[in-house]
Design a protein around this ligand. Structure first.
Ligand code: SF4
Ligand code: SF4
Length: 156
């Protein structure tokens, strides 16, 4: 499934303890650590985002957020997109939205192939194929879409 990040910033709002700045090494360069993987990396503020990074209003108001998150018009963006750790680059919050026959959104599927739904029927269908679903590669996710569509759901 093609995932398009809407740059809402929600997934980074509580990442302040996980993306840690160790020290500054240049005007727009920082030695950092990705705590969850124990990986050091150098964060470079993207050239077109220097001006929004220098405004500290947002991080001051949101101390739990990643230090590299900033509002930019209607968006809330990562200012180190080019040099961010790979787990940030490849993160996909929602890869599928599942609608019933009334066009009501009844479930979402996250990038790690977990279902979030309160719909009992949908949950049972999911559990019936959970073993297979948990082993799907990105190329095979189309199978999951077809599986749900064959059961009468609309998936986008
Ligand atoms: S990955 Fe999802 S939650 Fe994170 S910024 Fe993009 S759309 Fe928002
Ligand atoms: S480095 Fe960027 S993508 Fe990763 S948590 Fe921070 S703001 Fe989000």
């Amino acid at each position: 499934m093609v995932f398009t990040c809407r740059q809402c910033g929600m997934c980074c709002m509580y990442m302040g303890d996980y993306i840690v700045i160790e020290h500054q090494i240049g005007p727009f360069e920082f030695a950092c650590e990705s705590v969850s993987t124990g990986t050091p990396f150098v964060a470079r503020i993207d050239e077109d985002k220097h001006h929004i990074f220098l405004d500290h209003t947002f991080p001051d108001q949101h101390p739990a957020a990643c230090r590299f998150l900033r509002p930019d018009g209607d968006l809330i963006r990562c200012v180190i997109h080019d040099s961010s750790p790979c787990q940030c680059k490849y993160y996909r919050c929602v890869i599928m939205r599942i609608f019933d026959s009334q066009e009501s959104l009844i479930g979402t599927v996250t990038g790690n192939l977990s279902l979030h739904s309160n719909d009992a029927v949908l949950r049972r269908l999911w559990e019936a194929e959970e073993r297979r679903i948990s082993h799907l590669s990105a190329d095979e996710e189309i199978w999951l879409q077809k599986y749900l569509e064959d059961k009468g759901y609309r998936v986008e």
